[in-house]
Design a protein around this ligand. Structure first.
Ligand code: ADP
Ligand code: MG
Length: 612
């Protein structure tokens, strides 16, 4: 909405109040030196743009993401694409940001976000370096030039939203700012500094002090990971030109969002984990707002987070907004996550690029067909078809020490993102013992050993789960789907669990134990599938009946699945949960099943008798 300090006699804005959509573009950063050297001298990016292959409108581009290690792929329609070769931020500026600036001089607001995972290049895109200035200095410079010809004045504010609180970064002590609604529903940041800027040297002087105050910390993925959303506001006051003192004010918000984080990779814990959960929640709230705006929903959920509440007057309505989705070329899963949240309604479903059609191994197709046929005969096809391959390993966080908070340098070029993915994963593996075997003489065993308090203990188990969910049976667990005990696919209403058929204890060593272990793994896979199927189809009331799901979460799930049905448990992280929280949620639901079965199930003494 346009802001008018003193009302202009001549209206300067259009009376056409159609809601503007949020433009979503992609920027893929180049591979960094340490990502190239050592393992692969010529790494291929997992993101590319397709020439008109799957798009309907020439205004859009089809962005194709492909995992080089598996045949997983996704395609999204987006507004524009800037690949590794378009390394210079100025291209994005001239094509995407500078068209927003004249409107600021006419009293309109606009917002530019850099969105993406930690280490994907958001700060680089917004702040830039001495050699390659980012969108913030480029916008400031253009605005200052235009101020000279229009007689306008510019002021900047710089604040951060950290853990849902707002802090002034141009104040010495980073004073907390109260966010207030006035009686017209307008948001005010009480006491936020506004510093007049007449030249780029003044801008740099003020802005670099603010950058130093921003909360950053070392994480497993970036030495100076931004833990807050940093918002630079350039407010421009332009004389109305009617000879009076009246001015019209428009503002440009340039936002370096905190990175959405996959805590399986960051090794976050303690405060870092809490920060991360808040970051992911607020990013999901932002994604909800963008989704509502781009899909002409009558209700736009601005009030779901502090950030969207503050930006209410600069997002939607007659304001214009641009989302720059920043991607790391070597991270498929992370990129899919970023793009799917930035462009939720623009997924190209059923997209099979011709060059990749033959990549699915025949054996896998056979297994899938068999599994589907079998499930069909069990009346399960519907839910089985909904469930795609499991997207990512569901590893637990590691127990690294609490990271210390570091000061940011003015420009990110002086620091290197840390390539600790592999390290983190191997550390995690070292720290956890394999899944304990289940004690059949104890009727709590199955639930507890499979669903240990939010942690999956061993990666081999995870691989088994993923493989069997994909229809591929792991080598050590060579069951064909039609050899599986039907009860493994009926976890909710077992007449008598398969495990009770084990003839005696002596058979629980060696191959039988392997078999049992494999079946437990299949049971868990099946349970996860049922759970995801349920989350994708249940009504709000039904969701609320599930242990661990409250009203807000039920609403988030409904919203999320509307555009991207859940394929794996890790998709629940899109609503701001950590991987541990997701797993705890599933564990609670799974335990609930066993609780309900308690009355009808055989007691531990019955089980003991059966094993005699
Ligand atoms: P984020 O803010 O998303 O966490 P950064 O902007 O800090 O990520 O970028 C991570 C690392 O990648 C930094 O070392 C940065 O210098 C480098 N980087 C990002 N984008 C580019 C680019 N376009 N060209 C060269 N290096 C880049
Ligand atoms: Mg950053």
């Amino acid at each position: 909405m346009a802001n008018q300090t003193v009302k202009c006699s001549t209206p300067t804005k259009s009376t056409n109040y159609s809601i503007s959509k949020v433009r979503v573009i992609v920027r893929v950063r180049p591979f960094l030196f340490h990502e190239i050297s050592g393992k692969n001298d010529d790494p291929k990016p997992c993101i590319s743009v397709l020439d008109q292959e799957c798009e309907s409108s020439s205004e859009e581009v089809a962005v194709y993401l492909k995992d080089k290690d598996t045949s997983r792929n996704e395609c999204y329609r987006l507004d524009s694409f800037f690949g590794q070769e378009d390394n210079n931020v100025s291209q994005i500026f001239y094509r995407e940001v500078s068209p927003l600036i004249p409107g600021i001089f006419r009293g309109y607001n606009a917002t530019v976000f850099a969105y993406g995972a930690t280490g994907s290049g958001k700060t680089y895109t917004m702040q830039g370096t001495d050699e390659d200035p980012g969108l913030m200095p480029l916008a400031m410079s253009t605005i200052l030039t235009m101020c000279q010809s229009t007689g306008s004045t510019a002021e900047i504010s710089y604040y951060e939203v950290y853990m849902d609180r707002c802090y002034d970064l141009l104040e010495l002590k980073g004073k907390e700012i109260a966010v207030l609604d006035d009686k017209n529903g307008q948001i005010h940041l009480r006491g936020l500094s506004q510093v007049p800027v007449k030249s780029m040297s003044e801008f740099y002087e003020t802005f670099s002090c603010g950058i130093q105050r921003r909360k950053v910390a070392h994480t497993g993925l970036n030495d100076v990971s931004s833990r807050s959303h940093g918002v630079l506001v350039i407010a421009v006051s332009t004389p109305c030109g009617d000879g009076s003192e009246a001015v019209v004010t428009g503002k440009l918000n340039l936002i370096d969002l905190a990175g959405n984080e996959d805590n399986r990779r960051t090794c976050n814990e303690g405060i870092r984990l809490l920060e991360s959960a808040k970051i992911n929640q607020s990013l999901f709230a932002l994604s909800n707002v963008i989704y509502a705006l781009n899909n002409n929903k009558t209700r736009v959920p601005y009030r779901e987070s502090k950030l969207t509440r503050i930006l209410q007057d600069s997002l939607g309505g007659i304001s214009r907004a641009l989302m720059v989705a920043c991607l790391n070329p070597g991270e498929y899963q992370e990129s899919v996550h970023t793009v799917s949240l930035a462009a939720r309604s623009r997924h190209v479903s059923n997209f099979v690029p011709s060059s990749h059609k033959l990549e699915t191994p025949k054996v896998r197709m056979d297994m899938e067909a068999k599994l589907l046929a079998w499930l069909d005969s069990r009346g399960k096809t519907k839910s089985a078809q909904r469930i795609g391959p499991f997207n990512s390993p569901f590893t637990s966080k590691t127990l690294g020490s609490l990271s210390s908070v570091k000061k940011a340098s003015v420009y990110p070029s002086s620091v290197k993102a840390k390539g600790s993915t592999k390290q983190g994963a191997s550390k995690a593996k070292e720290r956890f013992a394999p899944v304990p075997f289940i004690n059949l003489n104890n009727n709590e065993g199955l639930a507890d050993a499979c669903l240990e308090t939010g942690e999956i203990a061993d990666k081999s188990n995870i691989e088994a789960i993923e493989a069997s969910a994909d229809g591929i049976v792991p080598v050590s667990n060579t069951f064909l789907p039609d050899q599986l005990c039907p009860a493994l696919f009926e976890p909710v209403t077992p007449q008598r669990p398969c495990i009770l058929k084990s003839p005696n204890k002596s058979e629980m060593v060696g191959p039988s134990l392997d078999k049992f272990h494999a079946r437990s793994s299949n049971l868990k896979t099946s349970l996860i599938q049922e759970y995801i199927g349920f989350l994708n189809t249940a009504s709000k009331e039904e969701l609320l009946e599930l242990k661990g799901i409250g009203l807000k979460m039920a609403e988030y799930i409904l919203e999320l699945r509307e555009t991207s049905p859940l394929k794996s448990l890790s998709d629940l992280e899109k609503i701001g949960l950590s991987s541990k929280q997701v797993y705890n949620l599933f564990s609670k639901a799974a335990r609930g099943i066993f609780d309900r079965l308690e009355d009808s199930s055989p007691s531990s003494s019955d089980i003991y008798k059966l094993n005699q």
